[in-house]
Write a protein that binds this ligand. Sequence first.
Ligand code: GLC
Ligand code: CA
Length: 551
Amino acid sequence: MTDASLSPLWWHQSTIYQVYPRSFADSNGDGVGDLEGIISKLEYLKALGIEIIWLSPIYASPMDDNGYDISDYSAIAPEFGTLADFDRLVADAKSRGIGIIMDLVVNHTSDEHPWFIDARSSTDSAYRNYYIWRKPAENGAPPNALTSSFGGSAWTLDPITNEYYLHLFSRRQPDLNWENPSVREEIYKMMNWWLDRGIAGFRMDVIDYIGKQVDQSIVTDGPHLHDYLKEMHQATFGSRDVLTVGETWSATPGSALLYSGRERKELSMVFQFEHVTQQWDEIYGKWRSRPFDLVKLKSVLSKWQYALSDDGWNSLFWGNHDLPRAVSKYGDVKGFPVESAKMLATVLHLLRGTPFVYQGEEIGMTNAPFTKIEQYRDVETLNMHRLHLEAGLSPEEFIKGASENGRDNARTPMQWTSGANAGFTTGIPWIEVNRNYTAINAERAVTDEQSIWNHYRKLIALRKKHSVIVYGRYQSYLDQHPDVFSYTRSLNSERLVVMANFSARTICVDMPNELQLSGSCLISNYNPIDQVPAMLNLRPYEAFAILAETD
Ligand code: GLC
Ligand code: CA
């Protein structure tokens, strides 16, 4: 199949903006962001060029994991608003050409979901089999060694019936039993109920887990995973023109083709993490990270670009609500905060796939500067703190890991203005505001022609204008260069050359012949350049893209 024969879909040239409602905009001064707050910022998102919003969960929830623990799938959490507010958000967004995709969290529910409350009450409950229960091992221990992503065993003994239930996240997030057809039917019904309200699709939370086979300790890529997705497709969104994104930590290029292959009738795209987990330690994961290695990062990004060049579709992102701030992780917040943020955006947005912007990334928000465990709110960080300290890690070492990779880094309130609480709330924010808001804020960014925000706005507009960015064939160059990322995208006679310096030094690059092209500069973070010379000097974190005509 050639690039040109890929039939365009409405979302191919769109950029998705992720809103983490709790931290986005608080309209009533209770310190928690809400739907009314999001509605008040739609103009801001429209000005940025956003066409799709991914809304992190806004359903009724005890908020053990900030809404990823749902107690009622068809109600809105009161702190976020009402169903009427939600309908207004969908309508107001639609009138600005923006679709809303919801977070679908169906691997697990909250332990306060009526299904679980009933299920745990008795082994005879009609809902017992909605969840995953096992008898204790002979010595009373958990049935097997499966662990929770938030630390410790994935099994909790429930005293009422003296059986263990499975939770691959916190003990307040019991896993649903997807092998039970009634569970699947209930979920499909619920999905249709939301689709009927006019949403543009779903982002599917840890969807690679739903085919799990616990007795064989298989969590991801279980034998029925793709059958369930096909069934879901057919029962819900298959007949509608919507967008579906699968959060799939375990995806490989091979499985991505199963999830997102055009003839497969499963999902629109995968959201996989191989490029952002390169620095994780094999044993301690993100809590002890290894030095940044650009050659490795490029090899992962390139592998995915090549593997999905004829079929399948990938997401493009540096961060989200589970990951550190991009500019803190891969850029240089001290020396070159603006240049490095623009560079990161440039190399990512010109790849093939759908770019995601996580709230605040577009103004260069940085990691939370927390130094004490009391400042953290995240259930994962707090659990891990307890477990790691029990295992002998010093509090200082733990805070060092958390301050680099903890999830609260990206959950501090959106920085709207230089006023009190960054303009996020008139009350006391649920988590501290990053003090750098007086310099880094949206109000300032939108009026500054040279801001990171305006750079994002240009990149988002370029994708809509140039199909070479959407469909062009990817080719990487200088793969072994430790500081420079260089690639081309080609479609028919057009060739886009993208160059980026990932270091704080000026780098002199001996350019391959094929890249010594001249054309028009689509974007740059220093002065525009329209010709690639044989010897190219790239200034600290410099990035640019030139569009050339070839024959
Ligand atoms: C996903 C979410 C994360 C959540 C977890 C459990 O990874 O992005 O925030 O904690 O699933 O729902
Ligand atoms: Ca509020």
